[in-house]
Design a protein around this ligand. Structure first.
Ligand SMILES: Cc1cc2nc3c(=O)[nH]c(=O)nc-3n(C[C@H](O)[C@H](O)[C@H](O)COP(=O)(O)OP(=O)(O)OC[C@H]3O[C@@H](n4cnc5c(N)ncnc54)[C@H](O)[C@@H]3O)c2cc1C
Length: 470
């Protein structure tokens, strides 16, 4: 009997220290061949058992019930692979990753802290945070939602904490904690990791199994395949998916900041307003939340949320459009006018430039007054009706021309992907090709910022993993 472990060069496969001898570009041991690059190790069962590797019989077929190929070693791929391997220890689960590093996005996620999920535990409420995929995820969240994610990590020794805005991070504030957890759990479950092994093409065979061609032209057989390749934008897999009969919904970036060239925000970089409102003109729904002025324009949760909900439309407009910002969030023009009337009556001699709204930083207030052409020396009693109208407008519906977008470095995601109608969300299985499964960002699902994108990767990975284990 032989066992095979295929590991990526720097994956933490637990070999005994100092055991290998490197010879040219290969490592040699009795019964063991390792080629550098993609490290493929073939060794005897006794050898493997000596350092605790999980044994799977790959030759006589008696121990292995199914060969499961997971395409993509990211969040969704690991969650699906671990789920299958734990639920069906006889299944031989292999993650094929095109890069030489696994879990790359997890590493950089949440500014290096990994915003794992969100403290939102009602499936309806949770699903409402997804501009695309909301309807399908509503049911899926009844199977796996943040409560389950939190428990899953806790069982594996990773405690999560919740921040004031609901975002959840590992208590260590370090994404490596999540990576270590996945690597250890995958190892314990016997998941094989194959780095530097991109999937080139995929053929569905008449007996509902698959033939996979990897980029190095290796052919691999699988009983079930899970596509967990992340964004399909500039992916070589789009053609393979279309050939199998799947439709790819148009791909567009989501979660981006808005570029402005506007005197009102020039050199105010770093200022933020906690509860501002913003909408795309003429008529998008308004997003309320923090807006951050950056050196390029506007960012912050309210802007990113708006970019997510309006992604398709903004792409059509080639990212040139107009927005209206209410620096006072939910305060209406009438409420602001009333406030001005009182100020005129009660504090007529006070200078208008004296800051009156707690929520607006002083330097922004000065810019707003400049935009409304209110002089530094103007007192409330002297403010003309016309100036008051312009000031009210600048406060509650300031128009800005957006002239492009900037990728948000903390988190971004692709809108579009595998058409959701073509997937059975009870199993995450293709309705077109039996035994073909999907998980994560390759689907036409994307969430707003806050841990929702990982949550959908965990949920879809979990459901696919359980179905593949059957
Ligand atoms: C900078 C950044 C920060 C982010 N931070 C957060 C956050 O804090 N919280 C949050 O919820 N979301 C965050 N996101 C979004 C989140 O990372 C993604 O939604 C999530 O990683 C999707 O998981 P996935 O497994 O579907 O795809 P990925 O994580 O992208 O993994 C897909 C893997 O498949 C591999 N692959 C692709 N094609 C092939 C092929 N043909 N063959 C083999 N392998 C292939 C890729 O190399 C990749 O490793 C962030 C995104 C970015 C870019």
């Amino acid at each position: 009997m032989r066992a095979s472990i295929i590991a990526q060069q720097n994956a933490p496969v637990k070999f005994p220290n100092g055991f290998f001898e490197i010879c040219s570009n290969q490592l040699h041991l009795p019964g063991l061949v390792i080629s550098i690059g993609t490290i493929s190790i073939v060794c005897s069962s006794a050898f493997c058992q000596s350092f605790g590797a999980t044994m799977k019989n790959s030759e006589d077929g008696t121990d292995i019930s199914r060969e499961i190929a997971i395409i993509g070693g990211g969040a969704a791929g690991f969650f699906a692979a671990i789920t299958t391997a734990e639920a069906n220890p006889k299944a031989q689960v292999t993650i094929y990753e095109k890069g030489h590093d696994f879990l790359k996005k997890v590493k950089v996620s949440g500014g290096g802290r990994c915003n794992v999920t969100h403290g939102c535990f009602d499936p309806e409420d949770l699903a409402a945070r997804y501009p695309r995929g909301s309807r399908e995820l509503r049911g899926a969240f009844h199977h796996w939602q943040p409560v389950d994610t939190i428990a899953w990590f806790a069982e594996r020794g990773v405690a999560l904490k919740t921040e004031a805005d609901g975002r959840m991070f590992p208590k260590t504030d370090d994404s490596q904690t999540i990576i270590d957890c996945f690597m250890d759990t995958a190892y314990d479950a016997g998941v094989r990791l194959k780095g530097g092994s991109g999937l080139k093409s995929l053929k569905a065979l008449p007996d509902n199994t698959f033939s996979l061609e990897l980029v190095d032209q290796t052919l691999v057989a699988a009983d079930a395949v899970c596509i967990a390749s992340g964004s399909l934008k500039s992916s070589s897999l789009t053609h393979a998916m279309e050939t199998l009969g799947h439709t790819i919904e148009p791909l567009a970036p989501s979660l981006f900041a808005f570029n402005l060239t506007d005197k009102r925000t020039h050199e105010l970089s770093g200022l933020s307003v906690q509860n501002a409102g913003v909408k795309v003109l003429p008529n998008s729904p308004e997003q309320i939340g923090p807006i951050l002025i950056t050196h390029r324009g506007l960012s912050g949760p309210a802007i990113l949320r708006l970019s997510a909900w309006e992604t398709r439309r903004l792409q059509e407009l080639n990212y040139h459009f107009e927005i209206a910002v209410n620096w006072l969030g939910k305060k209406s023009r009438d409420q602001v006018r009333e406030r001005f009337t009182k100020l005129r009556e009660r504090e007529g001699e006070t200078l208008v430039k004296t800051k009156i709204f707690e929520e607006i930083p002083r330097r922004l207030w000065e810019r707003i007054l400049q935009a409304a052409k209110v002089q530094d020396t103007t007192q409330w009693a002297q403010l003309s009706k016309q100036a008051e109208t312009v000031l009210t407008q600048e406060l509650t519906a300031a128009r800005f021309k957006v002239v492009g977008k900037t990728t948000n470095k903390e988190e971004f995601v692709t809108c579009g992907g595998i058409r959701l109608k073509e997937v059975d969300f009870r199993r995450m299985e293709s309705r077109i090709v039996p035994n073909l499964f999907f998980a994560g960002e390759c689907l036409d699902i994307d969430g707003i910022t806050g841990g929702f994108n990982f949550q959908s990767a965990w949920t879809t990975g979990r459901i696919a993993g359980l179905a593949m284990a059957e």
